[in-house]
Design a protein. Sequence first.
Length: 154
Amino acid sequence: MYRIVVLFLAGILLSSCEGSVKELEFRRIDNPEIKNWSLDLVQVEAKCIMYNPNVIGVDIDKMLFDVMINNRLVAKIDQPVQAKMSGESEFGVPLSFSFSPNKVYKDLGMNALEIGMEILTNRNIVLQFDGGAKVSKGVLSYTVPINDQIKLSF
């Protein structure tokens, strides 16, 4: 009889929690900043801003992204993270990556002079991010999907 009552109460408690846990929300890629720039290599830092609508905090374990320009893959971010995201809060995870503008524009059939003129006249590049953030709480883990694009100005 005791087991039946315990199982019944456990069932009620678990069913009352159902639907109350919400998924983390990706908000934006923020504050892109060029740290180093040349025709051979551009180093970029930015922040991935997410929001946790739950009372319970989670651990952010890894950021996994493909970074694209004109739908061409220019960088992969596979960045381990050891951060705790509090409940009911917004949180920024630093991102760091690099790519070769020379390679990107050569893939488009442009020479060095054309590449320089393109960068000088446009003065910005649109970066597309496609991937996610691996988060966990205890033994449970999942990936928060992230898709965004930002303008990177020179």
